[in-house]
Design a protein around this ligand. Structure first.
Ligand SMILES: [Zn+2]
Length: 199
């Protein structure tokens, strides 16, 4: 197990995200999640290994045991690192994070919740447009189709907001509206969007 690579939230085994896999929410030493997008979750096997190597504290547990001939323990549902890791200021350039920056809204017509949301190169690739934070926006299929390979100037189609590289903080703010599908109850105290709801 490599705490260093898991700590960024990248490369997490997708199986670890399934509730039946009893993933552990991983908090930094300040009790904030290591990352929100994706949410820092470790498979229980990795969490148990980290406990045995004394790199993490157990914060909360599932009501479920794992046992083998030499030991029996409750599966951890929340763990915290003993050593603080400086979080990244800028999030990874991923499809999900672009949608999150744009709040899952078409940047041309403003329609939201469209299941046919796509990505549009503002300056088309055939005109030298790059695949970067500054040139990719969320767009519904009809708008994307209408814009085609044209320069925004040619057809007067400009995104509502000039695309930019967001900070992790900005994505956290947008993420309040879009929590992950599965949240174990013991994680709630450590996820800001639930903390916000408390009186
Ligand atoms: Zn649209």
């Amino acid at each position: 197990m490599n705490i260093g690579s898991s700590a960024t939230g990248e490369g997490v085994n997708p199986i670890a995200r399934h509730p039946n896999a009893h993933p552990a929410l991983v908090l930094n030493a300040d009790y904030r999640p290591l990352s929100y997008y994706p949410l820092s979750l470790w498979a229980w096997q990795d969490a148990v290994k980290a406990i045995f190597s004394e790199r993490v504290n157990i914060v909360a547990e599932y009501d479920m045991h794992v046992s083998c001939p030499s030991f029996k323990m409750k599966l951890p549902s929340v763990i915290s690192l003993k050593t603080y890791i400086q979080p990244n200021k800028y999030p990874a350039f991923t499809r999900f994070n672009v949608f999150l920056r744009d709040e899952f809204k078409c940047q041309y017509c403003g329609k939201e919740g469209n299941k046919d949301l796509t990505f549009d190169h503002v300056i088309p690739r055939n005109l030298g447009g790059q695949t970067t934070w500054q040139n990719i926006v969320a767009a519904c299929s009809p708008c994307n189709f209408k814009k085609g390979g044209a320069h925004p100037k040619q057809i007067n189609m400009w995104p509502n907001q000039t695309p930019y590289e967001p900070t992790v903080y900005e994505l956290h703010n947008n993420g309040r509206k879009f929590p992950p599908n599965f949240l174990h109850e013991s994680w709630m105290d450590y996820l800001y969007w639930d903390a916000e709801l408390q009186p």
